[in-house]
Design a binder for this molecule. Structure first.
Ligand SMILES: CC(C)(COP(=O)(O)OP(=O)(O)OC[C@H]1O[C@@H](n2cnc3c(N)ncnc32)[C@H](O)[C@@H]1OP(=O)(O)O)[C@@H](O)C(=O)NCCC(=O)NCCS
Length: 174
């Protein structure tokens, strides 16, 4: 596919309020519930870029830096950082806010990878992505190394075929 789309065209944001069903016994949001929301907002972003059905191929490391309390709002932002052949890396940022006090904090960020598929579930090519801002360009540049790392960890790429990361896997190569 030769079409090109701007990174910002894939931007998606959504805000949810943390309700009792979303929480653990400490009245804080369950990690799994937040990951569910991250998966959805990122999938919508990948769909916006590709105009295709997408499936989650992998989720990179997620850390939970701050608890999110019952009644807080969570705002999720997602944008595609780079498109490869059929896969797209999406960066998700999560911010929690306690409206009565106006206090807010960035609680999470993560990279998810989605693959565009046809009606039979087979990978299908997507448009190239054009980064414009400094942040978009940095994310775009780093996406190649992150892709290599996740494919090595998934056993889909040999460290020998990832020149930029080969040294990290020196012990395994010997
Ligand atoms: C993701 C999926 C479509 C990949 O299909 P596949 O037959 O392995 O396809 P390929 O090996 O040809 O890879 C296709 C693309 O997926 C990417 N990919 C495959 N495994 C990946 C992984 N673990 N992490 C990141 N990307 C991955 C490849 O890099 C490739 O990208 P490219 O076309 O941009 O180069 C397939 O494994 C699948 O359908 N998985 C289940 C998805 C799903 O149900 N998700 C929800 C889970 S509840």
């Amino acid at each position: 596919m030769n079409k090109k789309k701007l990174a910002k065209e894939s931007f998606v944001t959504t805000t949810e309020m943390v309700l009792p069903n979303d929480t653990n016994t400490l009245n804080n949001m369950m990690g799994g519930r937040l990951m569910h929301l991250m998966d959805i907002v990122a999938a919508v972003s990948a769909q916006k870029h590709s105009n295709r059905i997408v499936v989650t191929a992998s989720v990179d490391h997620i850390a939970f830096h701050h608890p999110i309390a019952l009644g807080d709002t969570v705002t999720l932002e997602a944008q595609v950082t780079r498109a490869f052949s059929s896969s797209m890396e999406v960066f998700i940022k999560v911010r929690a806010e306690h409206m009565p006090s106006g206090k807010s904090a960035e609680t999470n960020s993560a990279f998810f990878t989605f693959v565009a598929v046809d009606q039979s579930g087979n990978p299908i090519s997507v448009s190239k992505l054009i980064p414009e801002t400094e942040e978009e360009k940095n994310l775009y540049d780093g996406a190649l190394r992150r892709r290599q790392l996740r494919l090595i960890l998934a056993g889909k790429l040999k460290p020998d075929d990832a020149p930029e990361l080969k040294s990290l896997f020196f012990d395994k190569i010997k």
